[in-house]
Design a protein around this ligand. Structure first.
Ligand SMILES: C[S@@+](CC[C@H](N)C(=O)[O-])C[C@H]1O[C@@H](n2cnc3c(N)ncnc32)[C@H](O)[C@@H]1O
Length: 282
């Protein structure tokens, strides 16, 4: 589902840069879970974490009580009045039942403008069209441990030499969008706290960030690799055709160890060379 800072467009690249060997996969800032859902389930022990308790409750209900959740969602109205009432109830933290709380939160995500949770989107949408996706997510999450911790505690708890952490924190200078997460939201100092936690782990980590001087300086240290990538910036694109959004990936292992181990790289030119022309025209 849409989520602020969601890694939908980078998930392919991110998964291709995972280390070759690890036994524990820990997604520290899980959000919409784009990377976890893209990664194939293997024999590794998987952990999804986020500090947003409404989001974590939703994923736990998808994993453990999806039928109750769908029953609850079946009768949700796509209406401004219902949306405002639900928002108020969730703000006051007065919904005690987990499944109801999860349904209300999902309703806000689905019926808000740009999934921003704040204003009613006024778009036609049949809630039941989401049920097949909820069921797929239910199966994918079956063996995933779902945590609701601050990143520092989580990293300390799951760190082992065979652990691999993927981290997608709030980007530098976008912290204001996460102010209702945890007790104080994400603060500028938290970027330094994250760096300190990561530089002392025994396992491996891959971290995604926006490309800026502050973050580059923070990780400018021996043994750490920083690579830049850029993707089309959807918002800027509307005003400035071709605008790119520069991002960096930071890791404490060789980001290209998979390239060196893949048998032989096939490209379009090899295919043309190796196969007769007729076979190429499908
Ligand atoms: C950029 S988003 C992650 C997006 C995710 N990778 C995706 O594809 O949807 C950052 C996430 O960090 C979470 N977060 C904020 N502060 C946190 C903290 N102190 N510990 C753990 N998670 C936190 C937010 O709730 C948010 O979901």
């Amino acid at each position: 589902m849409s989520w602020i800072g969601g890694k939908k467009s980078l998930r392919e690249l991110i998964v291709s840069l995972f280390p070759l060997y690890y036994e524990r996969y820990i997604e520290v800032f899980g959000g919409g879970g784009w990377v976890l859902f893209h990664k194939s389930p293997g024999n590794d022990f998987e952990v999804y974490n986020d500090f947003n308790s409404l989001l974590v409750n939703l994923y736990r209900c998808v994993r453990d009580r999806y039928e109750d959740l769908e029953r609850e969602l079946m009768y949700v109205l796509n209406s401004r009045e219902d949306f405002e009432k639900t928002k108020e109830l969730l703000d006051k933290d007065s919904v005690a039942d987990d499944v109801k709380r999860a349904a209300y939160f999902y309703q806000l995500i689905r019926y808000s403008y740009a999934s921003g949770l704040t204003s009613f989107g006024s778009q036609p949408h049949d809630m039941r069209s989401n049920f097949p996706v909820i069921e797929q997510a239910h199966r994918r999450l079956a063996k995933v441990v779902i945590e609701n911790k601050d990143f520092e505690k989580l990293i300390r708890q799951y760190d082992r030499p065979v652990s691999f952490f993927y981290l997608d924190p709030p980007y530098f200078d976008t912290e204001k969008y996460y102010k209702n997460v945890g007790e104080d939201g994400f603060k500028k100092e938290d970027h330094t706290r994250l760096r300190d936690a990561l530089l002392s782990i025994e396992g491996k980590f891959l971290l995604s960030y926006n490309d800026c001087e502050f973050i580059r300086n923070l990780y400018n240290t021996p043994g750490i690799t920083i690579e830049s990538y850029s993707r089309i910036n959807n918002i800027k694109q509307r005003y400035d055709n071709g605008a790119q959004f520069p991002e960096i990936l930071i890791a404490n292992y060789d980001l290209h160890e998979r390239d060196q181990n893949s048998p032989s790289q096939i490209n379009l030119f090899d295919i043309k060379k190796d196969y007769p022309k007729e076979e190429m025209e499908l």
